[in-house]
Ligand binder design. Structure first.
Ligand code: KIV
Length: 270
């Protein structure tokens, strides 16, 4: 049974998110433009301008060709639309290969947008990047488990945490990222036992996607959860409304009315 929760009325900060661990589940969705970000304002604690926009908005097969310029452009739009959520820009593939490149690109994020943090994919092998960013006053959201930017090198999207050794590896990744300074960690595409072990092992919040119900928060891609992305539907996606159906119905009515010269009627005419 779901409960009725009040709207969020104050700006969400790093402190708000830290305090929620183990107390109240954190809600996060992706957004890519001002129009939808405005709708999400006050409804969720966090917005991720995900590089998933490369697939759901640009129609590409994976996230790998998203660029820093695109991520900044979409984050500016989201920041124009939403004032209360904590907004995170997803650093695209290739934008944090060395500490110097990462700091240079993430500095652009703070200078050119109002995003409060950046997200990077990777476990303990990315700890030195997280350290370089946090030492340069940039807040970092980690991302472990199934990492879409590793699609080609991993040979596909692989669910993680299927055995004890992999659960231990994921826990080690999470602890190393915490020590390097991340303020929270996205845990994607892992067995729920693994997500639970990670969540218990770190003092920063974990935000799950396809990771079961034991993480400190949940994130979904908005076009998946509202039924607009029809190319495929992973098992973890719950569709909260059938957006594509509403749009098609609306368009059909519009087409019929225009063809029949019913629109615009008197009411819509000067
Ligand atoms: O790009 C994205 O939308 C993401 C989420 C799936 C966490 O990284």
């Amino acid at each position: 049974m779901s409960i009725h929760t009040p709207k969020i009325e104050k700006k969400v900060t790093l402190a708000t998110i830290a305090k929620m661990k183990g107390i109240e589940p954190i809600t996060m969705v992706t957004a890519y433009d001002a129009l939808f970000a405005q709708l999400f304002d006050g409804e969720v604690e966090m917005i991720l301008v995900g590089d998933s926009l490369n697939m759901s908005f640009l129609g590409k097969e994976d996230t790998l060709s998203a660029t820093m310029d695109q991520m900044i452009y979409h984050t500016q739009a989201v920041c124009n639309g939403a004032k209360l959520p904590f907004i995170v820009l997803d650093m695209p593939f290739g934008s944090y290969t060395t500490p110097e490149i990462a700091v240079q690109n993430a500095t652009r994020v703070y200078q050119e947008t109002n995003a409060q943090a950046v997200k990077i994919e990777g476990g303990k092998e990315k700890a030195h990047i997280v350290k370089a960013l946090t030492q340069n006053a940039i807040a970092v959201l980690g991302h472990i488990g199934l990492m879409p930017q590793f699609l080609r090198s991993d040979g596909g999207y692989k669910i993680r945490g299927k055995d004890q050794a992999d659960i231990e590896a994921l826990v080690e990744d999470a602890k190393t990222l915490e020590a390097a300074g991340v303020f929270a960690i996205v845990v994607e595409g892992v067995k729920s036992e693994a997500a639970e072990a990670i969540t218990k092992a770190v003092s920063v919040p974990t935000i799950g996607i396809g990771a079961g119900n034991t993480t400190d928060g949940q994130v979904l891609v908005w076009s998946d959860m509202f039924g607009f992305f029809e190319a495929f539907k992973p098992k973890f996606v719950k569709q909260y409304c059938d957006g594509a159906k509403y749009v098609r119905e609306g368009l059909e009515t519009y087409r019929n009315e225009v063809k029949a010269r019913e629109f615009p009627s008197e009411e819509y005419t000067y």
